[in-house]
Write a protein that binds this ligand. Structure first.
Ligand code: SF4
Ligand code: SF4
Length: 171
């Protein structure tokens, strides 16, 4: 898909781009913000989620939000999809926005770190807090991963290296 021409996109073109990237429900959203009330992104203190994000997209203010990292905190839990009274599938809209951001290389470092860890160790979660929690309940600091199976790890690395992130040269 060709890169978007941010500075020249009209309101209609931004909405169409969201639809083309998988967020067809953008035209159904009525700004009720029910999705934000259950969204972990909101609870974690990020700035752009629910009605705030969808309003920016509906009104064509895409260029000013493209660098915002909030969308990368989406947990794909789909609580928003369940609660939306308009069946707008807000999760799909968030991911459409993320795809648009990725095309412009506006990718949060929070998206890179787990993939780099997956490539190196076979496990995407790297936080010291999670290691400590595991040790507190008598487990090894890291769960068993594909790193223990050379063939499996090689296959994971091949997949990652040949995907869109691999093209960015992060591995
Ligand atoms: S996506 Fe649905 S729940 Fe969220 S603001 Fe729009 S209409 Fe409301
Ligand atoms: S899927 Fe993403 S946007 Fe929807 S409630 Fe979960 S974290 Fe929030």
């Amino acid at each position: 898909m060709a890169a978007l021409n941010l500075s020249k996109m009209s309101q209609e073109e931004v909405i169409q781009a969201v639809i083309d990237h998988g967020g067809a429900g953008i035209t159904k959203c009525i700004q009720c913000n029910a999705c934000a009330s259950v969204c972990p992104v909101a609870k974690a203190g990020f700035s752009l989620y629910g009605r705030l994000l969808f309003r920016k997209l509906q009104t064509g203010h895409y260029e000013e939000i493209i660098e915002d990292a909030s969308s990368w905190a989406c947990q794909a839990c789909n609580r928003c999809t369940e609660i939306c009274p308009r069946d707008a599938r807000p999760f799909d809209i968030v991911f459409a926005f993320r795809r648009m951001q990725a095309e412009e290389l506006a990718i949060s470092t929070s998206a890179f770190t787990p993939l780099m860890s997956l490539h190196a160790t076979g496990h995407a979660v790297t936080s010291e807090a999670s290691k400590k929690l595991r040790q507190q309940v008598g487990l090894d600091s890291q769960p068993a991963t594909s790193i223990e199976d050379e063939q499996a790890q090689k296959e994971i690395q091949t997949l990652l290296e040949n995907g869109p992130m691999g093209e960015l040269g992060i591995f």
